[in-house]
Structures are given as structure tokens and as C-alpha cells.
Design a protein around this ligand. Structure first.
Ligand SMILES: *Cc1c(COP(=O)(O)O)cnc(C)c1O
Length: 384
């Protein structure tokens, strides 16, 4: 099952490469990343695409996107240094994290970054002081729509529209350049109408501000584009068609510059995590469910399976009759249970030592992997 997530050629490549490698590890197909970037650019022809580096900060992957012409959304000065090391000029970077220290703002500014995102007064004041004259996106709170996404970014980010107005005014007064409105509708957002509501809200802010003679230039529609997991979502083409329709419907011919910040949607499908079954056990002689312990778990790559939020398709070469399983990771922590309530089934013939292939794991796996919990090393990545 699920082999159709990859072409026979791609699958052949992954299998051939994986054979003699010690698990667990992630394989990322760089051609798929490049193709996905090109698809984003084709479907949103006027948009500037800022890859959200946090989704997968592998150097080889970043270099592919650099060469394809991508821009980058960074969350810290560490990611900034990584991009500079790759010779990406700072005019291709946006510091999109609203939560940052004043000294990191200063450092980013000194290294040439001139585009920031903010959602509160204290940060605006820091920006005015440490990054004078910079362009600022004002991030809107999206708690009404993020509940439809599988990994909501929720209440933590953004502010109410009324407050955004005050921040824009304050920023202009302090010598910053109010540049645009940004939002993120929640990651793996399967409900495309979430963008409708968000764009409508951004549009009314543009109008309110015009009354105050402040003309914003851009709208940053964030990420939220889906990867191919077990629960199906629409293809990127449908997202683009709908979202482009909303932009046109609200803004008509005076659409602002469009910024996108895909992370998951750009790199998720490109990765396959290869793991091995460590043990299979039952809790009693009559237990109908098998516990399948693998060498990958919550702490070394599968963080997004917390609360069973993201459901990866799992492939095994074993075939035949299937039965219910609980999947769990290798660490001495009971949080390290991957799937228990959602009924995953695996062949009854599955044994210790068999491999499990976790599909569409290119995003938020290595970057969430702990350094040394229980002594297990961070998840290794190979780029093909
Ligand atoms: C994480 C993040 C993204 C990427 O979101 P995806 O849902 O992975 O596409 C984009 N923008 C910002 C500001 C983020 O924090």
C-alpha cells in the first residue's frame, strides 16, 4: 500500500540507496523539492516564495532552493547564518518570527536583513531601535480558522485587526516602513476557505489604513499548504486556483504584492523516513493488538505525531493479512507512543528487523529531532 505516493523510479532510487544503511534515517529527493518549488511558482506566478527554513534546514536542500531562485523565511539568527553561509544575500531573507530578542534583531540588521514580521508593541519598539527604517509585516491572529488545520499555529501568533492598525501607526511614527499584512492559516490546512476568511480580513485592514493615508504594499499569506499524508487533501493546483480567486475577488485590480511562505507543502512529500522494527509484543496472551516498537519515535523525528496530529502513510514490504497495531518509539518515555487511537494496521507477518517506510516525512522531522534523548543521536538525513 501507498507505493503510489512515489513514482517507480523514485521508489527504486530510495530502496537502492537505503539497503545497507543503519536505520533510522531520512532520505530526501532533491528533484521533488525542485519540482514542487517550480509548481508553486507556476501556480502563483506573481508571488515571491519564501521557503520556511524551519521545515527542513538541510544545507543541500537549501542550496537547491537557492539555485531555483527561492527567497527564505528565517526564524532565528542561527538560520540567518546558515543562509549567509550558502551565499544567499540578505535581500532574499525575511525574519518572520514575531518572537525575537532585541540583540538578535540588531544582529540580523547588521548582517543586512531589512524585512521583519511583528505582532506586538514591544517588538515594534525593538525593531524601531535595532533595525531602523526596516520593512515590517503585521501578523494577524487567525485563531478562528486554524482549528481546521492538522497542526494549528493558533493563538500564539498575531494580533487582532484593531491592534494591528495601532501597530502600523506606531511603526510609521517610529520611522519603520509599514510594508504589509501577514497571516498563517495553520499548518496542513485542509480547509481552503480558511484563506478566504484571512484574505477578507487582510483586505479590510488595507482599506481601513488607506483612510489613514497609509498604503501597504504586500500581503504575506504564509504557509499551510499540504503534504500528502494519510488523510487526503486537495492538490496544490486547487489551492492556487481558490486562493488566487479570493485575492482577485477582494482586491480586484489593485492586488498587493503577494508573499508565500511554504514549508511543509514544499518539502514534505520529498522525504521518506526509513526505520526498523525493534520488537513486537503483546500485553497479554489474548491481546488482539500488537505493540510495534520502531527505532524512530516522537523524539527522533516523529514529533508531529503528538496527539496523532499528522498521520503518515507507512509502507512495509511484508504483505498478507493485517491486524491492529499500536506504534511506539524506542525511548524510555511513555510520551513516545506514535499511534494508538487511530487504527493503524500492519501485516500479521511483520517481524523484528523488518523495515517501515514513513512516507511524506520531508518536513518537520529532522528539524524536530532531539539531540540526545536516551542517547539516541539526531535523525540522519541523506539527500539524493
Ligand atoms: C512555520 C511557518 C511557515 C511554514 O508553514 P507550513 O505550514 O509548514 O507551510 C510559514 N511562515 C511562518 C511565519 C511560519 O512560522
Amino acid at each position: 500500500m501507498y507505493r503510489n505516493y512515489y513514482s517507480p523510479t523514485d521508489w527504486g532510487k530510495i530502496m537502492a540507496f537505503s539497503q545497507d544503511k543503519e536505520t533510522p534515517f531520512l532520505v530526501v529527493l532533491l528533484d521533488r523539492v525542485r519540482e514542487k518549488y517550480e509548481a508553486f511558482q507556476a501556480h502563483f506566478p506573481t508571488a515571491k516564495i519564501y521557503y520556511a527554513v524551519k521545515a527542513n534546514p538541510g544545507m543541500e536542500l537549501l542550496a537547491v532552493l537557492r539555485d531555483a531562485g527561492s527567497y527564505f523565511d528565517i526564524a532565528s539568527t542561527h538560520e540567518l547564518d546558515r543562509m549567509l553561509e550558502l551565499n544567499v544575500t540578505p535581500d532574499r531573507l525575511s525574519y518572520g518570527n514575531t518572537i525575537k530578542k532585541a540583540k538578535h534583531i540588531r544582529e540580523a540588521y547588521e548582517k543586512g536583513v531589512r524585512l521583519f514580521t511583528s505582532d506586538c508593541e514591544a517588538d515594534i519598539r525593538n525593531l524601531a531601535k535595532e533595525a531602523p527604517g526596516s520593512r515590517v509585516f503585521f501578523r494577524l491572529l487567525m485563531d478562528a480558522v486554524t482549528s481546521d488545520s492538522d497542526w494549528p499555529l493558533s493563538r500564539k501568533f498575531g494580533c487582532q485587526p484593531r491592534m494591528a492598525i495601532d501597530l502600523v501607526t506606531l511603526a510609521a511614527h517610529l520611522g519603520l516602513e509599514p510594508y504589509g499584512i501577514s497571516f498563517h492559516v495553520g499548518s496542513q490546512q485542509r480547509e481552503i476557505s480558511a484563506w478566504d476568511a484571512a484574505i477578507a480580513q487582510a483586505h479590510s485592514l488595507f482599506e481601513w489604513l488607506e483612510k489613514d493615508r497609509i498604503q501597504l504594499q504586500a500581503m504575506n499569506m504564509g504557509g499551510g499548504f499540504p503534504a500528502d499524508y494519510l488523510v487526503k487533501s486537495n492538490p496544490l493546483s486547487i489551492y492556487a486556483e481558490e486562493i488566487n480567486f479570493y485575492v482577485k475577488a477582494y482586491f480586484g485590480n489593485s492586488a498587493p504584492a503577494i508573499y508565500l511562505e511554504p514549508g511543509r507543502g514544499l518539502v514534505g512529500d520529498a522525504g521518506v523516513l526509513v526505520s526498523e522494527v525493534v520488537l513486537i509484543s503483546k500485553k497479554s496472551k489474548t491481546d488482539l493488538k500488537r505493540w510495534v516498537y520502531t527505532d524512530v519515535g516522537i523524539f527522533n523525528g516523529l514529533m508531529e505525531t503528538i496527539d496523532e496530529s499528522i498521520k503518515y502513510p507507512i509502507y512495509t514490504e511484508k504483505t498478507g493479512e493485517e491486524g491492529d497495531v499500536v506504534l511506539a518509539g524506542p525511548t524510555c518515555d511513555s510520551l513516545d507512543i506514535i499511534y494508538e487511537h487511530f487504527q493503524y494496521q500492519l501485516p500479521l507477518s511483520l517481524e523484528s528487523g523488518d523495515r517501515l517506510y514513513w512516507l511524506s516525512t520531508g518536513a518537520y522531522t529532522t528539524s524536530y529531532s532531539s539531540i540526545e534523548f536516551n542517547g539516541f543521536p539526531p535523525l540522519q538525513t541523506y539527500f539524493l
